[in-house]
Design a protein around this ligand. Structure first.
Ligand code: 9Z3
Length: 391
């Protein structure tokens, strides 16, 4: 048997090593320091007021294929869940720090920023060259505007953007650490659709990945872009990617080799935010594995709630998976159920069949059911924390 060498500092565990390696190798976003300053001021203000504060993450994360990024892998998330949830958290009295994918949906403005019915469709020209809301939209728009202005004027809402997966992780780690003074009043609600795979910096091309061999024939000390070859020789024409003629050979195929993104939930729970309540989302497309995967994630990371949802039914139902509680489905009623005034969410234990759902969007936003339920669990979480402290 080996003698153990007594040591004052315990050896770093694997999660710490993975964290040091990832954050050392992947540079932070250029605005991180600016964001940290804004977030610190916001968090300290609400912490001093004894208020609850939620970090809502929202939207997809990009996976850049080049350091000077022309191409990237993305996912479907528009940020509807995050932006809608943020509005309901504000309504419930939370200060909201909204960490969102740049150009994804924002709370309040989301009502007017769809691809159909863009905001100009809600406006008309008024008297003396003024711009006014269309009569049929004015009442609703005024309500939304008032809520938005109230949140801004009372400093209840701060929005910070990210783009790539590494930007997101840097921002999340910094903000979670800043939230520590909130203790159990801090809530982390992780609705962003986070990529599981990325290209590590050591394998990432600095410049745009070339689709042709045209640069190989450029003078050795001046690698010209293919377009700058135009006129000097015909190489670019021959290999042009847009030429679909079968006689033209494709010079290259692109094989993208991705590494798994390290799972930082453990680091979040144990190191970055040891007292805050942590809610993660689990997204699946296969209904038979959703609850199992959600429970597995909870067991593995030991956080406080996993909200499971399926891509096809995510606006109709979610499942709450929490330690020591049975799975709890939360469901918005279909128009037919509403007419029959049957209760939503009671006694269901199986995912909905997407084929059974009506066309289009539900009449009720499911976040209006999710947020009060999360708020109740957060109240219990704070009470249990205080009771432990008193004991
Ligand atoms: C979610 O599951 C969100 O509810 C959606 C919302 C991304 C489905 P939309 O933006 O969609 O309203 O269109 N978010 C979390 C997805 C995720 O990346 N979870 C990780 C996973 O499933 C764990 S943290 O492994």
């Amino acid at each position: 048997m080996l003698d153990s060498i007594p040591s004052e500092t315990p050896p770093p565990n694997l999660h710490d090593l993975a964290e040091d390696h990832y954050f050392g190798a992947n540079p932070p976003p250029k605005d991180l320091e600016k964001h940290i300053a804004l977030a610190r001021e916001f968090i300290d203000f609400h912490s001093a007021a004894g208020r609850r504060l939620v970090l809502v993450t929202s939207g997809g994360t990009t996976v850049p294929l080049e350091k000077q990024t022309v191409r990237f892998i993305d996912n479907f998330s528009a940020g509807t869940r995050g932006a809608t949830s943020a509005e309901y958290f504000l309504e419930a009295g939370y200060a909201v720090l909204f960490l969102h994918r740049q150009f994804s949906l924002l709370p309040f403005s989301r009502h007017y920023s769809h691809a159909t019915d863009c905001f100009l469709d809600f406006l008309r020209e008024g008297p003396n060259g003024s711009v006014v809301a269309r009569d049929e939209d004015a009442g609703r728009m005024l309500q939304v505007l008032r809520k938005y202005r109230s949140a801004r004027d009372r400093h209840m809402f701060l929005d910070l953007p990210f783009v790539s997966i590494s930007d997101y992780l840097h921002e999340l780690r910094s903000i979670a650490r800043l939230m520590q003074p909130l203790g159990p009043r801090g809530l982390l609600y992780l609705a962003a659709a986070v990529s599981d795979f990325f290209v590590p910096p050591e394998r990432m091309s600095e410049h745009k990945i070339q689709s042709t061999n045209a640069v190989d024939s450029a003078p050795s000390n001046s690698k010209k872009s293919p377009s700058s070859d135009k006129g000097s020789d015909n190489e670019e024409e021959t290999f042009d990617n847009f030429d679909s003629s079968p006689a033209v050979p494709r010079s290259k195929s692109l094989v993208v080799d991705l590494d798994p993104v390290p799972k930082f939930l453990k680091n979040l729970v144990e190191g970055w935010s040891p007292q805050g309540m942590i809610v993660s989302f689990k997204l699946e497309t296969d209904p038979t594995i959703l609850v199992h995967k959600a429970r597995y994630s909870l067991d593995r990371y030991q956080h406080h709630l996993v909200i499971g949802n399926l891509l096809s039914t995510r606006k109709w139902e979610v499942v709450f998976v929490a330690p020591g509680s049975p799975d709890r489905w939360i469901r918005v009623p279909t128009p037919q159920q509403r007419r029959m005034s049957s209760s939503a969410g009671a006694g269901f234990d199986q995912p909905l069949d997407p084929k059974s759902l009506p066309e289009g969007e539900p009449e009720v936003e499911i976040e209006g059911l999710i947020i009060p339920a999360v708020g109740d669990l957060h109240t219990k979480y704070i009470e249990a924390f205080e009771a432990r402290r008193r004991a």
